[in-house]
Design a protein around this ligand. Structure first.
Ligand code: NAI
Ligand code: MG
Length: 326
């Protein structure tokens, strides 16, 4: 039976790189039925609603969702979408590739980011003029779930180093619970791990990324550290991600709508195509996922390359080269 894939291109370069990923999937011998849906600034401008009910339903009913990027409505789109698919884990691999001029060419990191709470709880208020607050939510259940996922991911993908990032020296209650719960999970599983204060970890990741493998993070820390790692390996055009829940999942590049280059046809499609590779593996097409990743790696190594990687090729030329390799 065909897998139903919701395709939500969104705004800016999201609308440019999403068709690239769909084109690559179309070159494979897999049985996918694509259902396109709207979200983001453009549909908000038209209808007043950045995430139409119809789009929620399409994502909820599909076997998986491919999402490009939204612009200024990102928080109104991607946070609820991650909820719609029930994803508690955001997986963000950051690897350096042969042939690319990376700041740190020996990087192979995977951020496993708690995807439902922390400072992204959305519980903010204006107490009075000039004073606003935010409630940071951390639960033992979500912390346990993300830690179990992170340790399992490390084992399945052959990573020996697991680091639990936190800032419990300051956020004693919330990150205290996070790190307490995550270390308990590691102990119960009999697995080795380190804990690291997230600010110092940021420095160590820049200087010695080769010392790290899977990094289990609270929500905001995972968001920031994964962009930092993007800088180490060649930029946001390279980082895919998976939002995984028990029954459903959404795949998206780590980058946003990139208004500075949108409309020029020069966005790097690699992050989006690699997100599609993660989706293939999630749906059980392991071999196809690896083929797609291999094709992207070959093209990154040999070109053509988009301007963010020092080349002068277009999104379409890079996509065609990937399809060619397949
Ligand atoms: P961004 O990721 O869109 O861009 C940051 C920088 O990286 C820009 O210089 C951009 O040109 C470059 N870049 C990103 N992806 C690239 C690609 N595929 N190829 C070549 N260069 C690439 O982040 P920024 O500028 O902070 O945000 C722009 C908009 O995107 C904002 O409106 C923000 O709200 C939204 N956003 C949406 C996200 C989502 O939908 N999940 C995530 C992050 C930001
Ligand atoms: Mg981000």
């Amino acid at each position: 039976m065909a897998h139903e894939i919701a395709v939500i291109p969104g705004d800016g370069i999201g609308a440019e790189v999403t068709p690239a990923a769909v084109e690559v999937l179309g070159a494979l011998d897999v049985d996918f039925e694509f259902v396109e849906a709207d979200a983001g600034d453009a549909v908000r401008d038209e209808t007043g609603e950045p995430l139409p009910e119809e789009t929620r339903e399409t994502a909820a009913e599909a076997d998986a969702t491919l999402f490009g990027a939204a612009g200024e409505t990102a928080a109104d789109v991607i946070l609820p979408l991650r909820e719609v698919v029930g994803s508690f884990a955001n997986v963000r691999p950051a690897r350096s590739y042969p042939g690319l001029d990376a700041v740190q060419p020996d990087t192979d990191l995977v951020f496993v980011r708690e995807n439902t709470e922390g400072v992204y709880s959305g519980i903010e208020s204006e107490i009075h003029d000039g004073v606003r607050t935010l409630t940071r939510v951390v639960t033992g259940d979500a912390s346990r779930e993300i830690a179990e996922f992170g340790f399992r991911y490390a084992r399945q993908h052959g990573y020996d180093d697991v680091t639990i990032a936190h800032k419990a020296n300051v956020m004693r209650e919330t990150d205290g619970l996070f790190v307490e719960t995550a270390t308990e999970v590691g102990d119960d599983l009999g697995r080795a791990y380190d804990t690291a204060l997230m600010d110092a970890l940021a420095m160590h990741l820049v200087m010695h990324p080769e010392d790290y493998g899977v990094v289990i993070c609270p929500n905001l820390a995972g968001d920031m550290l994964s962009d930092l790692a993007a800088g180490l390996v060649g930029g946001l055009g390279l980082l895919p991600s998976a939002n995984v829940g028990p029954e459903n999942a959404l795949f998206e590049p780590v980058h946003g709508s990139a208004p500075d280059i949108a409309g020029q046809g020069i966005a790097n499609p690699s992050a989006m195509i690699l997100s599609a590779a993660l989706m293939l593996e999630h749906l059980g097409y392991d071999e196809d996922g690896q083929r797609v990743r291999g094709a992207v790696e070959d093209v990154l190594d040999e070109g053509p390359r988009t301007p963010d990687l020092g080349g002068d090729a277009s999104t379409d030329e890079v996509t065609a080269a990937v399809v060619d390799r397949l």
